[in-house]
Design a protein around this ligand. Structure first.
Ligand code: NG1
Ligand code: ZN
Length: 565
């Protein structure tokens, strides 16, 4: 039976306060403004699935935003975010003021892509109370263009991205397959490369550098540097969807000696409320619910939809030592570099040239954004010389694309959103590796790391494996370089679209004259750096400042915030 598309569009009218705009990660706003946008995104993604004859996906989530917000992340058949060539169409469709105008946009899309019928769309949602009604809107949108909407699943964002990618490659794609793939790779990595048998194998070839500083984990026990030392990690799950997913993983991880102590698991506190990766990073503070955690212990924080991960060490006060996304990228690059050089267990030391004598066939790169701490960029330039550093605008869609240009592309936003990509050529080469070889180790790492999008569970397993494999404690990781003090502020503005940027968002084009004022303020600050950009997920302008001291960084950020019109 033919669907009355116009009638359906009219059932989901654009709210008069809604100003949908495809931002850093899809559409996001207060939940009550979203039904029209979500319905139309359902239709759009069904048409994209129909046009490409593959499955697409939609995640109803507002990630780190507060509970009353919601949003829609659009998943391409590759498992990546919606191809940027469709963002303009998504905007035009969602901004259409009437059902009739929206219908015209859909007709235009159908004609341009020569598609008459929608295809299959997989749906997922996080723990927000608005999820149900918005999933219904998405399903109705899919059905309105004669597509097939699958039953919505409670999933972490990266799980759905992974599932869509797997399914389109004809691979197993259920949630159980997701856990099996990541956890299976972790189990195999640990048993093959961190067991006592492999320690015997590695020790004669790669002893720790004589006379160099030993990590606390390894002092006096060089043989044990290669063993997977049992660890406990206290994880702040942001009271979000990641809590139940980590609970599943932790049963298997326990058997390997990795114990996950779940905090902010959604049983008491509010979603992202004084907790979660965004709070920990922006406030540089311990999340709520961590009173019982012993200062100095190993902690991690994920965000509301479990695609960001940070590590931190709580101090005795409320303060923390933050190990952010930049640092995860550097840890990953160090591990990969050493695997390629055949000396994973070398300890950090200044004489060891991380970049030298690597496997020259392999092009490895780190992709960062303007928010990367200047000290991390300097460290990669100075010490990881075989690794190229590239900077892109904010948002995983930009980083992912840039990382895909390398054989091994490591991308992490400072906020902990990222993963490691292995190119198809690289994967083909790695498949030829034998049991216990560096090729096998990298191949397993490619399974451990979600190849579709940033993933907090993947990231946590990577960090634990890297530290165990290198024989490092947290302090070794912290000691690699010292972050420059920084401060990030949000300034609410009536219309963030008046702020436009250039140079990977590091400089403002408009409002006129503001960049000149920023430049003059930065010029007088030691190691000063500051930029302003409009958020793509919240109605705010973000100010980032870095300086030689915390006082100067705070002062610089506040001075610039006051200049925002
Ligand atoms: P916006 O709001 O555009 O700054 C934020 C993060 C991004 C990315 C997206 C998607 C910062 C400064 N920005 O984007 O890096 O993670 O959310 O969740 O952390
Ligand atoms: Zn997120």
């Amino acid at each position: 039976m033919a669907v009355d598309l116009l009638g359906q569009l009219r059932l989901y009218p654009l709210h008069e306060d809604a100003k949908p705009s495809y931002g850093t990660a899809g559409f996001r706003s207060r939940a009550e403004l979203l039904p029209s946008t979500v319905f139309r995104c359902g239709a759009l993604m069904a048409l994209r699935a129909g046009a490409l004859r593959q499955v697409t996906g939609i995640v109803i989530t507002a990630s780190h935003n507060p509970e009353q917000d919601n949003g829609v992340k659009l998943v391409d058949p590759s498992g990546n975010m919606l191809d940027s060539t469709w963002e303009g169409m998504a905007d035009a469709l969602c901004q259409a003021k009437t059902g009739h105008r929206a219908m015209q946009e859909l007709t235009r899309i159908k004609q341009t892509w020569n598609v008459t019928t929608g295809g299959t769309v997989m749906l997922a949602h996080d723990t927000r109370s608005s999820a149900n009604s918005l999933c219904q809107a998405a399903s109705a949108g899919v059905a309105a263009v004669a597509g097939t909407a699958e039953a919505p699943l409670l999933l972490a964002t990266p799980q759905l991205h992974w599932m869509v990618a797997q399914r389109n490659q004809g691979q197993p794609y259920s949630e159980a397959d997701y856990f099996d793939s990541l956890l299976g790779a972790f189990e195999q990595l640990v048993s093959t490369f961190c067991s006592s048998a492999s320690a015997q194998f590695w020790r004669p070839a790669f002893p720790p550098s004589p006379g160099k500083r030993q990590s606390p984990d390894s002092a006096d026990f060089p043989l044990l540097t290669h063993l997977f030392v049992p660890q406990e990690v206290s994880v702040d799950a942001a009271n979000g969807v990641g809590a139940s997913k980590l609970a599943v993983a932790s049963k298997r991880l326990n058997l390997l000696g990795l114990s996950i102590k779940l905090l902010n698991d959604g049983k008491a506190g509010g979603l992202n409320s004084n907790c979660g990766a965004d709070y920990v990073q922006k406030e540089q503070a311990c999340p709520s619910g961590f009173r019982s955690v012993i200062p100095g212990s190993r902690c991690a924080s994920i965000d509301g939809d479990a695609d960001r991960l940070l590590y931190f060490v709580p101090h005795k006060t409320r303060g923390i030592e933050l190990l952010d996304g930049d640092r995860i990228a550097v840890l990953a690059a160090t591990l990969l570099n050493r695997i390629l050089q055949g000396r994973p267990a070398a300890l950090p030391d200044s004489s060891f040239q991380e970049g030298a004598a690597g496997n020259e066939q392999v092009q490895m790169g780190i992709v960062q954004t303007a928010y990367a701490n200047g000290a991390s960029t300097a460290y990669v330039h100075d010490c990881l010389t075989s690794c190229k550093v590239v900077s892109t605008p904010t948002g995983v869609k930009h980083l992912h694309h840039a990382a895909a240009a390398f054989n091994i592309g490591i991308y992490y936003e400072a906020n902990g959103h990222g993963t490691i990509l292995f190119s198809p050529d690289m994967l083909a080469m790695l498949r030829q590796g034998q049991q216990g070889s560096w090729q096998q180790e990298l191949s397993l790492l490619s399974k451990l790391m979600n190849q579709a999008v940033g993933d907090a569970l993947s990231g946590l397993l990577l960090v634990e494996y890297a530290l165990g494999r290198l024989g490092w404690g947290l302090q070794d990781w912290i000691d690699l370089y010292q972050d420059l003090p920084s401060r990030q502020l949000k300034v609410p503005v009536p219309d963030r679209s008046v702020f436009t940027t250039t140079h990977a968002e590091m400089r403002l084009l408009t409002p006129n004259a503001l960049q000149g004022l920023i430049d003059s303020s930065v010029a007088v600050v030691e190691k000063g750096r500051c930029f302003v950009r409009p958020s793509g997920t919240e109605n705010v302008v973000r100010v980032y400042a870095e300086a030689a001291s915390q006082t100067e960084a705070d002062k610089l950020a506040n001075t610039i915030a006051q200049l925002i019109p």
